[in-house]
Design a protein around this ligand. Structure first.
Ligand code: IMP
Ligand code: MG
Length: 188
């Protein structure tokens, strides 16, 4: 396969219900920058990259391959959203980390920082559990929606207050497999 055909992936995957907000090649370029920055910041250490399931799994997969370091990976699942596009405001750990926390340098990898409820809860919870350090990498940030202030150490893109899908993010479990970030037309 001719690798240059990847440049047309947005149109091939396009869908009449979606507008492209961030094309695949722009995502990949930014993730390479974030990975290089993390590698510089954690030189000589072995951070644990913690993927917040399910939305961050695509970002996580690309981000770890952009970090030229020894690292560990782990996964956590929290429930913060029900079906549809409205936040329930409820945060619960559904699946906890498998590996140890105490003394480790954790980097939470999130798809999007929206109200901040999920990450502020995770930060508080894991600080109490003795992590040596905790930082946050989020691909997307919607500053207009913030209810609780959360410091983002590694941020991909600021985006407007629109419901986005693709590259791991879903609308009722759909669209996670899109290689770009799109906006759903007429999302409730
Ligand atoms: P927060 O707790 O409000 O910051 O929400 C974080 C979670 O809500 C993210 O990890 C996503 O799973 C979900 N979320 C927030 N905004 C969007 C969006 O625009 N599209 C899809 N999921 C979203
Ligand atoms: Mg999520």
């Amino acid at each position: 396969m001719d690798i240059t055909t990847n440049n047309r992936i947005e149109t091939e995957f396009n869908n009449r219900h979606l507008d492209v907000l961030i094309p695949a090649d722009v995502l990949q370029a930014r993730i390479r920058e974030l990975g290089a920055q993390i590698a510089r910041d954690y030189e000589g250490r072995t951070p644990v990259l913690v993927c917040v399931l399910k939305g961050a799994m695509v970002f996580m997969a690309d981000l770890i391959r952009a970090i030229d370091l020894h690292l560990n990976i782990d996964f956590i699942a929290v429930s913060s959203y029900g079906a549809g596009t409205r936040s329930t405001g409820e945060v619960k750990i559904v699946k906890d980390l498998d590996g140890p926390i105490e003394g480790h340098d954790l980097i939470f990898v999130e798809d999007i920082l929206d109200t901040g409820l999920t990450l502020s809860y995770l930060l508080e919870n894991f600080r109490a559990r003795g992590a040596a350090s905790i930082r946050i990498a989020a691909l997307l940030n919607k500053p207009e929606r913030r209810k609780i202030e959360v410091h983002l150490d590694y941020k991909g893109f600021d985006i407007p207050d629109k419901f986005v899908v693709g590259y791991g993010l879903d609308f009722d479990e759909r669209y996670r497999n899109l290689p770009y970030i799109g906006v759903v037309r007429n999302a409730e």
